[in-house]
Design a protein around this ligand. Structure first.
Ligand code: EPZ
Length: 427
């Protein structure tokens, strides 16, 4: 079982290059199936979720190889319109292959990921969008089968914001006959990154980030080169760790404009934060004070993925901090382990109330999901004494070389390797 051994109480000092965005890389790699050529993705993060996606690409017939931080995907050959259960089970966000394979092959069969650590993860919005485009969808024994021949452009009104459903609709519409307008689209930066790649590949798509995305279908897409945007959630995680443990860190290869709500919270906590071209500097010298209520919202609101690590930074903040998690049903699974470290947290449904404490103490804890694991690491860095963090398979999904990066900032963290059973991730 791989575990982290962390001795808390060390200030974090130094510079961190922010990795490429996991939540951009995964849909981009799936989108490469649409392009009958070789696509190159630069700044691709080295993560287990990326490796799981590459496995699916190879299974359906793509040739995939890496050179440095670039991943090459050759999707010029015949593409298989199905993904086996064992590959779908690896990672929830593989549902993005629904739109990609349907768009390229006119049909697709894959199993639906079940619920996960964040609660039930329905795909009704994905299926609604694909049906609008003319897909005939049957579900049996957890397998979904979509057939469409050629998809037809349509007006798609998404009744609730969904990043994945927006992405699946974009991929399915990119090669459909006619024009598609997606209203109620998610506005996350990763959607704009996907649009940028699709345009480089010859798709006629616009509006990403505005909530209304317009797409005029084309017959074919070509391979394209794309640099993946920085991971705003990884950036938020390092800022939270520095706020919790104290110190001064400088993030580079980061887009501060994508982090506005998190930077505001850090300032309200009492950190000094400065932002420039591709740079964010955070310093925490004195005591932390409650930043006031934090309510997660779809972009450009406070990101749900930053809620767990930022909660760790609030555990020592004087006063009371209320978190309201509006996106996922079950995203407080890090709370019991934070309590083991001495945190004072009460939860009730979507609300968590944190009463700041004077100190945290090291403990044996276990990650239940990716961002909850990040919260445990941030809290352990601030705690007095040694912590053991289990369940690193969750962290390896979304953070590139986390222990090396934190160690370079002065954290006392080491990884004790060993066999660790994998299981489906939350996507
Ligand atoms: C993406 O997940 C991200 N994952 C998540 O990051 C992120 O938390 C989430 O967007 C919200 O920002 C990737 O991009 C790979 P949604 P996604 O569809 O697309 C409900 C991380 O830690 N919903 O926007 O699955 C859903 O249950 C991960 O990096 C439906 O009801 O999220 C949720 O409550 C975790 N029906 C809400 O909408 C649907 O058909 C938002 O989900 C689809 C979603």
């Amino acid at each position: 079982m791989s575990v982290y051994k962390i001795i808390g109480g060390r200030r974090l000092e130094g510079s961190v290059r922010v990795q490429g965005a996991k939540n951009s890389a995964l849909p981009l790699l799936a989108a490469s199936v649409l392009s009958e050529g070789i696509s190159v993705f630069r700044n691709c993060p080295r993560l287990s979720d990326v490796r799981a996606t590459v496995e699916i690409l190879r299974h359906v017939g793509c040739r995939v190889y890496a050179e440095g931080d670039a991943l090459y995907v050759d999707a010029s050959g015949p593409i298989l319109p199905e993904v086996p259960d064992e590959l779908m089970r690896e990672m929830r966000s593989s549902v993005i292959f629904l739109g990609a394979l349907l768009s390229r092959c006119g049909e697709v069969t894959l199993s639906l990921p079940g619920g996960c650590e964040l609660g039930p993860r329905p795909v009704d919005l994905h299926l609604r969008a694909l049906r609008c485009l003319g897909a005939e969808i049957t579900e049996a024994a957890g397998r979904i089968c979509c057939r469409a021949g050629r998809l037809t452009g349509a007006r798609i009104q998404l009744p609730a914001v969904s990043v994945g459903a927006t992405e699946n609709a974009m991929l399915a519409a990119a090669r459909a006959e006619g024009t598609t307008v997606i209203s109620g689209a998610a506005r996350e930066p990763e959607i704009a990154d996907l649009q940028a790649y699709l345009r480089e590949a010859g798709a006629l798509v616009s509006g990403a980030g505005s909530g209304v995305i317009r797409i005029r279908g084309v017959d074919k897409l070509r391979g394209a080169e794309h640099r993946i945007i920085p991971d705003r959630i990884a950036a938020a995680t390092y800022l939270s760790a520095a706020a919790a443990a104290g110190g001064r860190i400088r993030l580079y290869d980061v887009l501060p404009e994508q982090l506005a709500p998190v930077l505001q919270t850090m300032r309200q906590l009492g950190c000094s934060v400065s932002a420039g071209e591709g740079i964010v500097v955070l310093e925490r010298k004195g005591p932390l004070t409650s930043p006031g209520p934090i309510i997660t919202r779809p972009y450009p609101g406070f990101p749900t993925d930053a809620q767990p690590p930022v909660m760790a930074a609030c555990l020592l903040a004087e006063g009371t901090t209320v978190f309201i998690e509006t996106i996922f049903e079950s995203r407080f699974r890090h709370v019991p382990d934070l309590r083991r470290m001495g945190a004072e947290i009460q939860t009730d449904g979507k609300t968590a109330v944190i009463r700041g404490v004077k100190a945290l103490r090291g403990a044996e804890v276990e990650a239940a999901d990716l961002r909850g694991g990040a919260a445990l690491v941030a809290a352990a860095l601030a705690a007095e004494g040694e912590s053991t963090v289990r369940g690193l398979r969750h962290l390896d999904r979304g953070y590139e070389e986390l222990e090396t990066t934190l160690g370079s900032l002065g954290a006392e963290i080491r990884r004790q390797d060993g066999g660790d059973e994998g299981e489906q991730s939350d996507g």
